[in-house]
Design a protein. Sequence first.
Length: 335
Amino acid sequence: MAHRRTLDCRKWTVPAAAIVLAGVVAPATSGATTSAPCTPGATYGSPLPSQAVASQLIRGGFTFLEGPTWDQRTGTLLLSNMQNPTGPQGVQPSAVLRYTPPATFETFIADSGSNGLAITADGTRVLAATHDNRTVSAYSLTDRSRTTVAANYLGRAFNSPNDLTIGRDGTTYFSDPNYQRGNRADEQGGRTSVFRVHDGVVSLVDDTLPQPNGVVLSPDGRTLYVGATGANAIMRYTVFPDGTTGNRATFASMRTPDGATIDCAGNLYWASYDEGLVHVFSPSGAQLGTISAGRNTTNAAFGGPDGRTLYLTSGVSGGGFGLYQTHLNVPGNPY
């Protein structure tokens, strides 16, 4: 999920011409699915058709895309479209877009303030890392009403919640770098952290990672992965039955890890912002290959009727951002 440089941190702006939606629509199949993509006890082969996979552009011309998540009830993809910072606080406006394959894009939630997104297990809400008010929020997928999931930690405002992942019991783990904090006061004492929230109670996972970013749970829920963008590393934590974490270790090293997703076999797909690539790792940390997607890749998510379409949010040559896709051999979990 999820995701993320502030638009001006790389000292580039989006050309006005790039705001017009344009691009190439790759073939895709529409349609919802109601069954879980992962088969318990199944054996999966190699996830990639080749060691270096190229993705196809669906559409470009967006400002800055993030947080893709597949809604299997409707057969659509939700994603955040962030704009350039505005106002004295330098906050980035954001909306949730809905993509219906093969070619339809529409605004689903205007002014969502969102970055990373994740659909809840019951399919009724989308959780959002919301930097507009520095919280984690939930939006109803029926009436699009907003509620707060995590308001603060020990009474102090978060920096700018960025990405999140949801466990089987509803526990949500989320990253809190400062990329979208803008000019608002630092209430975290210079720390950028990973938190978890369960039944409204926020607990600290780790406050020593420089700019934590993408967060992913293993299919069995026993391992939490966090990309530390500032350390060029992916960290691994044991998740205990009560949702607490421990046994931190370095899982892999890579340049500027951003958002990520995982498949049913436990293979990780981690976006490298600087490289414009998604690096694929086995559960043991072995590098299996890469998937290319434009420039400044921010995130990835599985979707499609069979769960094997990988959607990627990434920059487009010439300016702006686009949504890309490629079809792989192993379905995603969750997606």
